[in-house]
Ligand binder design. Structure first.
Ligand SMILES: [Zn+2]
Length: 83
């Protein structure tokens, strides 16, 4: 029996931290669609991105929690004022 590393499974409503932060400064994303492509919503600015599953799995640093389980993401820190 071959032992393969357990891959994390993602569900709708999971909040993950990615290795690469969004240009808005937040690195937390909510999973809003799963499948061959994952759709993510940036918790900092609310933008949506579409990421291929494999790329997404590599980019995830940690799973912070799942909104359906009652996880409440903290609001993003206030943005620095632009000059
Ligand atoms: Zn953003």
């Amino acid at each position: 029996m071959s032992v393969s590393p357990e891959l994390p499974k993602f569900r709708l409503g999971d909040v993950v931290r990615l290795r690469k932060p969004h240009p808005c400064g937040d690195d937390r994303w909510e999973v809003v669609r799963v499948g061959a492509d994952f759709r993510l919503r940036c918790l900092g600015c609310g933008r949506y991105v579409l990421v291929p599953r494999r790329k997404f799995e590599r980019a995830v640093k940690e799973i912070l929690g799942s909104i359906p389980d009652g996880y409440q993401p903290e609001p993003p820190p206030p943005r620095p004022r632009r000059r």
